[in-house]
Design a protein around this ligand. Structure first.
Ligand SMILES: [Fe+2]
Length: 398
């Protein structure tokens, strides 16, 4: 009897030990960690594991006090939202599943509240084929310390399928993705598989309050508004939910700077989308949008300010940033073009109160175009028609 009891105890010990040890052995990282922005003030830490497990993030602000955030249930796709971070602070973080720390400690910049007036962001686009260009761009973004990167679409080729995301997006950009979120827009290639299902799963962005999925969304960062539109898989005509949402969003914003981004450029020396131009550009002018960022054409291009469809001393500047690594495009320079170059690279924007400095960089970081905009006048209150107004202090290439 005593021997039987001992055997039972041994078996129970082994089962218990296996139950404790097994998850630690079984869970391993298959993607990430990377970051998302579920709201103006929150950050999402995201990662994938090879098996379903729990999700935990430990994080610390500059005061050095560590906190824990979790998400409920178990999953192989982990999304943990963190709220209440001090504005603009450097946040250290560590990720765990199944009791295992899955990656080295890293850090990101917390979202900046509306009282802040200084920050920097990057614009990348058409990263579709990944490769060494994208790896170089990732290194430059880490070195520059931008808060986040806007992506102008065509994240992966050829059809936006999930199986191509790791090799051509998450791995080449991994060093940057640990540090800052990508705020993406849908490209024509991204919606070819299941209408962009992989994109919608992979990226965490704010809800728009109009449609179930965030194919278009807006986010406030410091004194700037960022509006992402979907011109690939959502209607944008005057009677569409997206158009109405865009009008309400721009009209309600009190931000000093307003940026809009979507995939196909309305003004381009490559392949302009004239439908977008006719329908949406008058709205951008009416509500004082400063710069529109697009991709699709694999080059860098900057227009003169455009008003009423022609280059003017005032109006909206259109930037095409499609140099993320896909084969470069040819072009025939248009009269509204201030600068165009068929080359790889990324764009960086620095906001300092009422002054904006934009620089276009090649993958080594060298600057080959720049623009400075000033806001000499206070921004009109919401709903007042029209231009917030800016002056062009310097336009040039170098
Ligand atoms: Fe495209």
């Amino acid at each position: 009897m005593q021997r039987t009891r001992s055997l039972v105890q041994i078996v129970l010990f082994c089962v218990t030990a296996l139950a404790v040890v097994e998850p630690a052995l079984a869970v391993s990282l298959t993607r990430g960690p990377y970051l998302g922005r579920p709201s103006d003030s929150a950050v999402a830490v995201i990662w994938n594991t090879d098996t379903a497990a729990d999700s935990r993030v430990d994080y610390a602000a500059p005061d050095g006090v560590w906190h824990t955030a979790t998400s409920s249930g178990v999953s192989a796709h982990h999304v943990v939202a963190i709220e209440g971070l001090p504005s603009g602070a450097e946040i250290n973080y560590r990720v765990f599943s199944g009791g295992v720390e899955l990656a080295p400690e890293s850090s990101f910049r917390a979202p900046r509240d509306a009282t802040e007036t200084r920050f920097r962001f990057a614009v990348i686009g058409d990263t579709a084929e990944g490769g060494s260009v994208l790896t170089q761009i990732a290194d430059r973004l880490v070195e520059s310390g931008v808060d986040f990167a806007v992506h102008t679409g065509d994240v992966v080729y050829p059809t936006g399928a999930q199986q191509n995301y790791d090799k051509t997006f998450f791995l080449p950009l991994a060093r940057w993705l640990l540090r800052g979120p990508v705020l993406p827009t849908l490209g024509n290639h991204d919606v070819m598989t299941s209408r962009g299902a992989a994109y919608l799963t992979n990226f965490v962005v704010p809800p728009n309050g109009v449609t179930r999925s965030s194919r278009f969304y807006a986010i406030r960062q410091a004194n700037a508004l960022f509006v992402c539109l979907d011109v690939e898989s959502s209607s944008f005509g005057a009677d569409s939910p997206q158009y109405g949402w865009l009008v309400r969003t721009l009209a309600a914003s009190t931000a000093t700077w307003k940026f809009v981004y979507f995939h196909e450029p309305p003004y381009s020396s490559g392949h302009p989308n004239h439908i977008v131009r006719m329908i949406l550009c008058p709205l951008f002018e009416h509500f004082g949008v400063d710069i529109v960022f697009s991709g699709h054409v694999h080059l860098y291009e900057r227009t003169w300010p455009i008003h009423d469809f022609v280059p003017s001393g005032r109006g909206v500047v259109y930037i095409t940033e499609g140099g993320g690594g896909s084969p470069l495009s040819t072009f025939h320079q248009e009269d509204y073009t201030a600068f165009v170059a068929s080359r790889f690279g990324y764009t960086e924007v620095q906001i300092d109160g009422g002054t904006l400095t934009l620089t276009a960089h090649d993958p080594s970081g060298s600057v080959f175009d720049s623009l400075v905009l000033d806001k000499p006048q206070p921004v009109p209150s919401a709903g007042v028609p029209i231009r917030a107004g800016h002056t062009r202090r310097h336009l040039g290439r170098r």
